[in-house]
Design a protein around this ligand. Structure first.
Ligand code: ATP
Length: 248
């Protein structure tokens, strides 16, 4: 049985500042409950694709000028980030983006600000997040800006979880982290995917780790999808081995 498609990106073109064409017709589908990886080198267009989906492009003077993005069949390519979060899609931005002056716990709670299901449910989810990231529980009273890079990445993921999302767009979770920590974060993302049923679309330059944890992958080069397939097949593909797996 094929899983239901939650997110359907069709042939999108993205232009920054009215002139710079960055995505030249990108299509991808994300099945419910899966981990889908968006791979490719620096500047290939991974972040731009995620921002087009979450609605964060507009704040960077970017625009989807062709194609469509549908979430559960509804067009979202003109939605703003707040609307997208309400639909259940939340982006964890590259470079962690915590509120540095707030504590770890306050950061997590900001993720819940649109929820209307009451304090008890929010507290229960806070405990759920601490269950996945025991380190954050230890550091909950620390100012986020003074925590380590790994802890900030955990805080950013935890904050996204606090909005009770159906889908998380995860941008470059491995960035700047030691290999052991990267492994640990991917393990936790996998558990969240399996246990909470959260659908994941992740952008990664680290092809090696991404293809071990994802179910399906798309490879982007200069704003185009050049290859896609089940992660296990991509891992064995000679071109992927030569051009991508050697790098990471
Ligand atoms: P990275 O891993 O470096 O983030 P990426 O695959 O995510 O790479 P993007 O960040 O989507 O790539 O960038 C794709 C291209 O778009 C790059 O050439 C980049 O310079 C350009 N670009 C990104 N943001 C903007 C912007 N706000 N204005 C103009 N050009 C931009």
């Amino acid at each position: 049985v094929r899983a239901e498609t939650v997110l359907d990106v069709k042939n999108i073109e993205v232009i920054y500042n009215h002139v710079i064409l960055v995505l030249k017709g990108v299509s991808l589908t994300v099945p419910k409950g899966g981990i889908t990886a968006l791979l490719g080198g620096n500047g290939a267009g991974k972040t731009t694709t995620l921002k087009a989906i979450s609605g964060l492009l507009a704040s960077e003077r970017g625009e989807v000028t062709k194609g469509s993005i549908k979430y559960h069949g509804e067009p979202i390519h003109h939605a703003d980030p707040a609307e997208t979060v309400k639909r259940g899609v939340v982006q964890v931005m590259e470079g962690r983006h915590c509120f540095e002056h707030l504590t770890v716990e306050e950061n997590l709670l900001t993720g819940a600000y649109t929820r209307k299901d009451g304090n008890a449910a929010i507290q229960a989810d806070l405990e759920m997040v601490y269950g996945y990231f025991p380190r954050l529980k230890e550091r909950r009273k620390s100012q986020a800006g003074y925590t380590s890079g790994g802890e900030q990445q955990m805080t950013a993921i935890g904050r996204a979880l606090m909005s009770k999302p159906e889908t998380i767009l995860l941008d470059e979770p491995s960035m700047g982290l030691a290999p052991q920590l990267v492994e640990q974060i991917f393990e936790i993302v996998k558990s969240i995917n399996e246990e909470q049923g959260v659908t994941i679309l992740l952008a990664e330059q680290n092809t090696n780790v991404a293809l071990r944890f994802a179910h399906y992958g798309y490879i982007l080069e200069s704003g185009r999808v050049v290859m896609d397939g089940p992660a296990a097949e991509l891992r064995e593909n000679p071109d992927v081995k030569e051009f991508y797996l050697g790098m990471s």
